[in-house]
Design a protein around this ligand. Structure first.
Ligand code: ADP
Ligand code: F6P
Length: 484
């Protein structure tokens, strides 16, 4: 691609992933996760390119198996804008993606809910892949272009990019929490990561707490002197010998109107009614929708629901819990273990409390089309979002946007969404009794109160949608001190 782009979005994942079929053809499917859900509508119709990985392996020149194999190019029109693929070999995926990104950074940044692994053989490919992304962007960006880098997989890119292209305006947004300095301190490469991020003109986080944690890291590990809104960093290429990096919070959101519109269609309303009927028209339909990830606290809600059945607070047949868990990071050991644990819990609960033709839990380990998810949201009386830690959690917002009438959102205090969604039934996921109380409370709260709480949450979501999130970030980037 020889075109020079004025605006580039860079994320580890492209919005579509290649699924290579046994007959050699490639199927392009929507990539999982909140980042793609959020950026996709923002980029539709924007004059931009999206740089990222397609989820497949580049041919290995030293493998006889790969001899003559070539990657089919990403077809035109499968994404919201032109897509530029950064190719990764199988080894790089193991070290960079499964290793440093998802076995080191992911658990560390989520309060170490799983033990992070610190390996030099993960760090080296992380550096190499970040450099490849930076080089690719440096070659594609027009003079003075804006580059928006996303998420924890690419934290070294801002600095690497600035070294090659000081003319660019560089923004970085982290889609997951940023940990407290005391926890970040464990990372053997803490200084390089902090310096990498400070290559940007603007560094954005979901919550004020995340932004404060990052500023504290800059102070403690780089000996800088941040103020409340950013930090001056040394820069020998500038006449002043330094430049300012702005640091702020930008809580991400969803395309609220689109979810609302989908939920209002006759097809989705009919499907919601049909789902309820197929589930035996329970008095309470409870729902969980997550990537199958150990941060999401799927075990928390399964345990709470099962104990409520055991104690008789929920009678068999009266309530059904549908847990949708889309497959995720299946080659990472902690995810394999989690799957076994969750499936054991579901199997036990069904065995102990199921009636013929009416299991109390329905578990679906599958991705779904958006319309089908919205039908589930519309049908559910109680949405259970109980992560141990989550950057934002878009599912909580999608439920509120899709569920017009009275409905209850049970939401973990440790999801970024809890900062804004104070009308939810907020819970501490580590407090098993507290979670059970919140569920029972949600079951028995009068409909007019549920309706009022839902209206307030919807009003906020309509005002603070993903278009506003992107506009506010890009406006702040525009205003930030530019490195020219
Ligand atoms: P994360 O980014 O950690 O995956 P979020 O809750 O922020 O968490 O975003 C998850 C996104 O993935 C949401 O947009 C949600 O609709 C989507 N999603 C979750 N489960 C499924 C599924 N089974 N099928 C399709 N999309 C899903
Ligand atoms: O921020 C959430 C996130 O980790 C994204 O960075 C990522 O694209 C998504 O969830 C799904 O995870 P993965 O890309 O590892 O499948």
């Amino acid at each position: 691609m020889s075109h020079a782009f004025e605006f580039l979005v860079v994320a580890n994942r492209l919005p579509v992933s290649a699924d290579e079929q046994p007959d050699g053809t490639t199927l392009w499917t929507r990539s999982p996760g909140g980042l793609v859900s959020a950026l996709e509508p923002v980029l539709r119709g924007h004059d931009a390119a999206w740089v990222g990985w397609s989820g497949r392996f580049a041919p290995d020149p030293y493998s006889t198996e790969d001899y003559g194999r070539e990657l089919e190019p990403v077809p035109d029109g499968v994404g919201p804008c032109p897509l530029v693929e950064v190719e990764l070999s199988r080894e790089e995926v193991e070290g960079f993606y499964e290793g440093f990104a998802n076995s080191t950074l992911w658990p560390l940044y989520h309060d170490a809910v799983a033990t992070p692994s610190y390996h030099r053989h993960f760090w080296e490919p992380y550096v190499a892949v970040n450099q490849r992304f930076a080089n690719r962007i440096a070659d594609l960006a027009a003079e003075g272009a804006t580059v928006w880098v996303h998420d924890y997989q690419l934290q070294l890119v801002p600095r690497m990019l600035r070294d090659r292209r000081p003319d660019l305006r560089i923004g970085f947004f982290l889609h997951i929490p940023f940990p407290p300095a005391e926890l970040f301190a464990q990372l053997p490469w803490r200084q390089q990561i902090a310096e990498g991020l400070l290559g940007a003109d603007l560094v954005g986080f979901h919550t004020p707490g995340d932004a404060a944690n990052f500023l504290r890291v800059a102070e403690r590990f780089l000996r800088l002197s941040p103020d409340g809104t950013g930090v001056e960093v040394p820069d020998a290429t500038r006449p002043t010998g330094g430049r300012r990096v702005t640091v702020d919070d930008f809580p991400i959101s969803i395309d609220t109107r689109e979810y609302d519109a989908i939920a209002r269609t006759e097809e989705v309303q009919d499907r919601a009614a049909e789902l309820r009927e197929k589930l035996g028209n329970p008095r309470w339909l409870m729902l969980g929708v997550d990537r199958l990830d150990y941060t999401k606290g799927i075990d928390v809600r399964l345990k709470a629901f099962t104990e409520l059945l055991e104690e008789g607070a929920i009678q068999p047949g009266e309530a059904v819990l549908v847990q949708i868990a889309t497959p995720s990071r299946e080659n990472v050991e902690d995810y394999q273990r989690l799957r076994d644990e969750i499936e054991l819990m579901v199997g036990r609960a069904i065995g102990d409390h199921g009636l013929i033709g009416a299991p109390p839990i329905q578990y679906l380990h599958q991705p779904f089309a958006r319309e089908e998810l919205v039908a589930f949201y519309a049908a559910a009386d109680i949405m259970l979002v109980t992560p141990y830690r989550d950057g934002m959690n878009l599912v909580a917002k999608e439920y509120v946007a899709s569920h017009g009438g009275p409905g209850a959102l049970v939401l973990s205090e440790f999801a970024g969404a809890a900062v804004e969604m104070t009308d939810a039934f907020l819970v501490n996921p580590y407090d098993a009794e507290g979670v059970k109380h919140a569920i029972v409370d949600a079951m028995h709260t009068p409909h007019d109160e549920l309706d009022t709480r839902m209206r307030r949450m919807r009003a906020r979501l309509f005002e603070h949608d993903v278009a506003r999130w992107a506009a506010e970030f890009l406006e702040a980037l525009d205003k930030s001190e530019w490195s020219r």
